[in-house]
Ligand binder design. Structure first.
Ligand SMILES: NC(=O)C1=CN([C@@H]2O[C@H](COP(=O)(O)OP(=O)(O)OC[C@H]3O[C@@H](n4cnc5c(N)ncnc54)[C@H](OP(=O)(O)O)[C@@H]3O)[C@@H](O)[C@H]2O)C=CC1
Ligand SMILES: CCCCCCCCCCCCCCCC(=O)[C@@H](N)CO
Length: 307
């Protein structure tokens, strides 16, 4: 049965900006009570004000809690306790706090690998670990992990980011098998490039190759991505993707992921060969972008030397 959002308590980490904020708005519009979790208090209050404009009754509450979800498990557990004391047990947790930094493997600081793994992976483990027991006891719950299309394939420039998003998939698959008998459902979302402050920040770090490869697909609006994620989470769909690239990627990379419906399973079986064929062309074009950029660089180096 789908989760009923009216009156439900939804916790959104990274709820003060971008996709997370839009997910909070989408749930609030459908009658949920919201807890926003992020670090910066000013941004939290700003987002709270924005979300409250969409209230559908005068009982609805938006609670803000400032914490770093990746630093210390006990802190995160305390924050979840606080939220549950004020707004009741968590019906849905959305792990959306995250950071994207791009760069060539040879240029990235080793500390960047640690940082992205901490925020994107452990920052999703801690809040989930803090809510799971109550969800299992109540036989009610949804946990959403916001991965990325970069969590379905590895691309130039994402040697630090992609693994932190791939890791989420492994966690989600294993966890879903454990909690399904308790009526708790996991959703993994794989958004494409989405127009957010986070993407603007990431773009400053993108190598030319990464930029050109990313331009293969268009940029989504966060409202549209949020709508799809909330819809899939309510339904209890394991996979949440958007657009035709998103659909093909999810089908192609389904592996041993749990299947939500017979139609989904049949579609995967039937489309696999075709989508792999299409993927080979994409891979060919990505490789040629990388080769072109390398030759361009070599040329301009020679030009610099002769000048
Ligand atoms: N935009 C895109 O193109 C895509 C984004 N994604 C993923 O979606 C998620 C959201 O992205 P987007 O909306 O662009 O990001 P934004 O940068 O716009 O927002 C990130 C949010 O996470 C919070 N946050 C970051 N680090 C922490 C932390 N350590 N502890 C608590 N909160 C934290 C931020 O608040 P504060 O800094 O105050 O803590 C903010 O609320 C990320 O996981 C990202 O990887 C996936 C695919 C595409
Ligand atoms: C049949 C197969 C078709 C395959 C098409 C694949 C196209 C991939 C395009 C690039 C995707 C990069 C998304 C990263 C988003 C992200 O997480 C950051 N922007 C966060 O800030």
């Amino acid at each position: 049965k789908p989760l009923a959002l009216p009156g439900a308590h939804v916790v959104v980490t990274g709820g003060s900006s971008g996709i997370g904020k839009c997910i909070a708005i989408e749930c609030y519009k459908q009658g949920a009570f919201i807890t926003l979790v992020a670090r910066n208090e000013e941004k939290l209050l700003q987002a709270k004000k924005e979300i409250e404009k969409y209230s559908i009754n005068d009982k609805q509450v938006v609670l803000c809690i400032s914490v770093d979800v990746s630093e210390d498990y006990n802190q995160v557990e305390n924050v979840i306790k606080q939220a549950q004391e004020k707004l009741g047990p968590v019906d849905m947790l959305v792990n959306c706090a995250g950071l994207a930094l791009a760069g060539k493997f040879e240029d990235l600081e080793v500390s960047t690998f640690e940082k992205l793994m901490n925020i994107n992976y452990l920052g999703s483990v801690y809040p989930s670990r803090a809510v799971i027991t109550t969800m299992m006891e109540r036989r009610v719950g949804r946990i959403v992990f916001v991965s990325s299309q970069a969590g379905q394939l590895g691309l130039f420039g994402y040697t630090a980011y992609s693994p932190s998003k791939f890791a989420i998939r492994g966690l989600a698959e294993a966890l879903q098998m454990e909690v399904k008998p308790y009526n708790v459902y996991i959703t993994v979302a794989y958004p494409p490039d989405t127009d957010t402050p986070g993407l603007a920040l990431e773009n400053k770090t993108k190598p030319l190759e990464t930029r050109l490869i990313s331009e293969t697909t268009s940029i989504c609006k966060p409202e549209q991505v949020a709508k799809q994620i909330v819809k899939d989470a309510i339904q209890g769909n394991f996979n949440s993707s958007i657009g035709s690239d998103g659909y093909m990627l999810s089908s192609l990379t389904c592996g041993m992921a749990p299947v939500t419906s017979i139609t989904e399973g049949l579609q995967q079986v039937v489309t696999m060969g075709l989508f792999r064929t299409i993927a080979l062309f994409y891979l060919g074009s990505f490789d040629s972008i990388v080769r072109r950029c390398m030759m361009q660089r070599a040329k301009s180096e020679i030009a610099d030397k002769t000048a």
